[in-house]
Design a protein around this ligand. Structure first.
Ligand SMILES: Cc1ncc(COP(=O)(O)O)c(C=O)c1O
Length: 401
């Protein structure tokens, strides 16, 4: 009732309510459905039905890992459910220091700092590093948290064409002499699944004196022979100045981190507002995250299984005639075309117990709506073949292949 007036806010809320009601009435709403149960890493119960899970970010299948659960439970018993507040005052526990040391070692960096979400990490770190008069250059397909961080910073915000190093160079050349420059990209792009061209990106940053920040939300545990991420994938060391990642995807916890030089981390610890003005990561989440980094290194077969499963899934879909753009990673876009087709594909797949979700405009350009499937190490090759068969049957029915 409160939004029943004729002001701009009420009109906005009412218009959205009408859109939502129409989507639900047309069987085109698939979001916010509660998972009732996890059954192993690759199966879930949704709406009372067991389905194969093809929308999880738990890329190495670590969600529910006994060692990680035990570490979280031990921290809960030792420290309780919260912290005393913000990190700088009384919120820092030994657990936070240990987690940060573990991340620094994993990422081959001098030091690391953690925050309570990946989203907040990008927001606070970008705005702590650049401001008015500086330039921030961001790949066109970067995650919303990067875009929001750039906008919040007040720096001159320039987007370069997706993974296009000539365009980036052109934009670097346009920056006035003496202005500070920060270049930012996702390591693996969250909608398309392709890998940023780190060797050329790093070379250009060096040539033009720009700092380089990469977001490893979807590459940690995914890229590199031991899952250490994009630098390991390309055989590069210290190519990235600001190594950002999340603790909510491969790492089955919540939070975000930056790894880098000790000077950078000390600066962020005293200047980034989300560190100074927001409560510390809960003990169980910090302990779970720390244990997960150890498990990744001690169970390297998980990275191998993920790579095998990814090849199987992408290869199977391509052989059926689907366009999966240029993904080579665990994020697999299955292009459908219109939003309606993506909804129809989702409905068909879910009715046959493949839990996959659509991404439509404006999250992706109009006409490029898709299923955005994800693959994990927990899938069985036979399950993947079955999922490909279900998606192919749906694609034929709807006329996509
Ligand atoms: C590339 C990228 N960066 C940052 C985030 C935000 O991470 P979090 O969910 O940990 O807040 C996401 C989340 O999906 C992401 O895909």
């Amino acid at each position: 009732m409160r939004f029943a007036g004729d002001d701009a806010i009420a009109r906005r809320v009412q218009a959205f309510a009408a859109r939502l009601a129409a989507a639900k009435a047309n069987d085109q709403y698939f979001y916010n459905r509660a998972i009732q149960e996890l059954r192993g890493g690759a199966r879930v119960v949704v709406g009372g039905r067991e389905m194969g899970m093809y929308a999880s970010y738990s890329y190495l299948g670590l969600l529910g890992h006994p060692r990680i659960n035990a570490a979280a439970a031990a921290a809960l018993h030792k420290y309780g459910t919260g912290t005393h507040g913000v990190r700088s005052l009384a919120g820092t526990l030994m657990l936070h220091d240990e987690l940060e040391a573990t991340i620094a070692e994993f990422k081959h960096a001098e030091a690391a700092i953690t925050f309570t979400s990946g989203y907040v990490t990008n927001l606070t770190v970008i705005s702590a590093l650049v401001g008015r008069g500086d330039y921030v250059l961001s790949d066109k397909l970067n995650h919303a948290s990067i875009v929001d961080g750039c906008l919040m910073s007040g720096a001159e915000f320039r987007r370069f064409k997706h993974n296009d190093m000539s365009d980036l160079e052109h934009r670097l050349q346009q920056v006035p002499d003496g202005a500070a420059m920060l270049v930012i990209a996702d390591a693996v792009f969250s909608m398309d699944g392709d890998v940023t061209d780190l060797p050329r990106l790093a070379a250009l940053c060096k040539q033009y004196g720009a700092y380089l920040m990469l977001d490893e939300a979807h590459s940690l545990g995914v890229l590199g022979p031991t899952g250490r991420g994009i630098e390991e994938h390309f055989g590069l060391e210290n190519a990235i100045d600001i190594k950002m990642g999340t603790l909510s995807k491969t790492i089955p916890s919540v939070g975000g981190y930056i790894a880098g030089s000790r000077e950078l981390i000390d600066y962020l610890r005293h200047v980034s507002r989300a560190y100074i003005f927001s409560a510390a990561l809960a003990p169980a989440q910090a302990a779970a995250a720390q244990e997960a980094f150890k498990v990744i290194l001690e169970e390297p077969e998980r990275v191998q299984s993920l790579n095998r499963n990814t090849r199987l899934f992408i290869g199977g879909l391509k052989a059926c005639g689907f366009d999966t753009l240029s993904t080579t990673t665990a994020i697999v876009p299955v292009l459908c075309g219109s939003d309606e087709r993506a909804y129809a594909m989702t409905g068909e797949a879910q009715r046959r117990d493949v839990f996959v979700l659509p991404v439509v405009s404006p999250a992706v350009p109009e006409g490029l709506a898709r299923l955005r499937a994800t693959i994990t190490a927990a899938h069985d090759p036979a399950d993947i073949e079955q999922a490909v068969a279900v998606i192919a049957a749906a694609g034929k029915k709807i006329g996509i292949i």
